[in-house]
Design a protein around this ligand. Structure first.
Ligand code: GLA
Length: 337
C-alpha cells in the first residue's frame, strides 16, 4: 500500500498491522458477498449540495431533476471524473412522486423527471457510468416521500427493472430496531434475488444510535457500506465531528472494513463553500486513509480547478482504492505548529 506523505496538518498518523493483515486475508472475504464494492465506491451524490430542492420554477439549475443528473453525467465524463474513478452518479432523497403508482410501484416525480428513472439510467449507462438511487427502510423517506416498508420486493424489482446500480437505503420512520434490522436484511436479499448487481449502501448503524450497539458482523454481511454517524455538512465543525466519532469508535469499526464492505463517513464536500483549502485537503486525505466511499457532493458545473485537482489526485485516490482495503486508524493525536 502506498502511504500518503506525512503532513503535519493531519491530526492522525496511519498505522498498519501487517500480522493482522495476513490472518485477515487467509480468512478471506467477510463482507456482503455480492462481488461489488471490492474497493470503496466512488461517485457523486446530490444530497449535501442540493438537498431537497423541489423548486424547478425558481431554481431550475439547482432543483432535484432529470436535468441536474444529465448535466452531472456529461461533466463526469468530459471533465475527467470518470477517468479518475468516479463512476456512480447517485440520486438521494426527493426524486419520488408523493404516491406510488396503481401497481404499488415507486415512481419519479413526473414534472422533475419527465422521462422517468429508466430513461435516466439508460442515459447514464450510455456515458459509461452507473446510476444510484435512494429509498428508505421505513414508512417514509426522511423528507417524507413513500418508504419501502411492506414493499421491499416490489422496490428491489423496480430498481432492477430500471437498471439501477446502487441503492442508498435510509433508516427514517422505522418503528423499532427489530424492524430496522429485518428491513435492512430483507432488502439486501431482495436486491440479490433480482439478479442485478446493485451496490447496497446502508444507514443501519446510524439509526441504532444512541441506545443500541450495532452488530457489525450482521451489517457487513448484508451491506456494501454503512453510515455510522450524522450527516456531513459543508463545515469544518461537521468534518471534525465525523473524525472525532471515527477515532473514538475505531476499535469497533476499523477491522470490520474490507473489500465488499466499508465504513461510510458520508460525502466529500470539497469544492463547496464551507471549508478552507487546508480543510479540503484534510478531508480528502483522511477519507482516503479511512478507505471511505468517495462520494462527492458538489456542483461539477462550477468547481474550482484547485478543488478538481484535489479530488482527482491520482496518488490520494490510489490510497483509497488500494485492493487490500485495509482502513487506516488514528495512531496518535498531535498538534500542528
Ligand atoms: C438522512 C441521510 C442523508 C440524506 C437525507 C435525505 O438524513 O442521512 O444522507 O439521505 O436523509 O433526506
Amino acid at each position: 500500500m502506498k502511504l500518503l506523505s506525512r503532513d503535519p496538518r493531519l491530526i492522525c498518523e496511519l498505522a498498519f498491522r501487517p500480522l493482522a493483515l495476513v490472518f485477515w486475508s487467509i480468512l478471506g472475504a467477510k463482507a456482503l458477498n455480492n462481488g461489488l464494492a471490492r474497493t470503496p465506491t466512488m461517485g457523486w451524490l446530490h444530497w449535501e449540495r442540493f438537498m431537497c430542492n423541489l423548486d424547478c420554477q425558481e431554481e431550475p439549475d439547482a432543483c432535484i431533476s432529470e436535468q441536474l443528473f444529465m448535466q452531472m453525467a456529461e461533466l463526469m465524463v468530459s471533465d475527467g471524473w470518470k477517468d479518475a474513478g468516479y463512476e456512480y452518479l447517485c440520486i438521494d432523497d426527493c426524486w419520488m412522486a408523493p404516491e406510488r403508482d396503481s401497481k404499488g410501484r415507486l415512481q419519479a416525480d413526473p414534472q422533475r423527471f419527465p422521462n422517468g428513472i429508466q430513461h435516466l439510467a439508460n442515459y447514464v449507462h450510455s456515458k459509461g457510468l452507473k446510476l444510484g438511487i435512494y429509498a428508505d427502510v421505513g414508512n417514509k423517506t426522511c423528507a417524507g416521500f413513500p418508504g419501502s416498508f411492506g414493499y421491499y420486493d416490489t422496490d428491489a424489482q423496480t430498481f432492477a427493472d430500471w437498471g439501477v446500480d446502487l441503492l442508498k437505503f435510509d433508516g427514517c420512520h422505522c418503528d423499532s430496531v427489530t424492524s430496522l434490522a429485518d428491513g435492512y436484511k430483507y432488502m439486501s436479499l431482495a436486491l440479490n434475488r433480482t439478479g442485478r448487481s446493485i451496490v447496497y449502501s446502508c444507514e443501519w448503524p446510524l439509526y441504532l444510535k444512541p441506545f443500541h450497539k450495532p452488530n457489525y458482523t450482521d451489517i457487513q454481511y448484508y451491506c456494501n457500506h454503512w453510515r455510522n454517524f450524522d450527516d456531513v455538512y459543508d463545515s469544518w465543525e461537521s468534518i471534525k465531528n465525523i473524525l472525532a466519532w471515527t477515532t473514538t469508535n475505531q476499535k469497533e469499526i476499523v477491522d470490520v472494513a474490507g473489500p465488499g464492505g466499508w465504513n461510510d463517513p458520508d460525502m466529500l464536500v470539497i469544492g463547496n463553500f464551507g471549508l478552507s483549502w487546508d480543510q479540503q485537503v484534510t478531508q480528502m486525505a483522511l477519507w482516503a486513509i479511512m478507505a471511505a466511499p468517495l462520494l462527492m457532493s458538489n456542483d461539477l458545473r462550477q468547481i474550482s480547478p484547485q478543488a478538481k485537482a484535489l479530488l482527482q489526485n491520482k496518488d490520494v485516490i490510489a490510497v483509497n482504492q488500494d485492493p487490500l482495503g485495509k482502513q487506516g486508524y488514528c495512531f496518535r493525536k498531535g498538534f500542528s505548529m
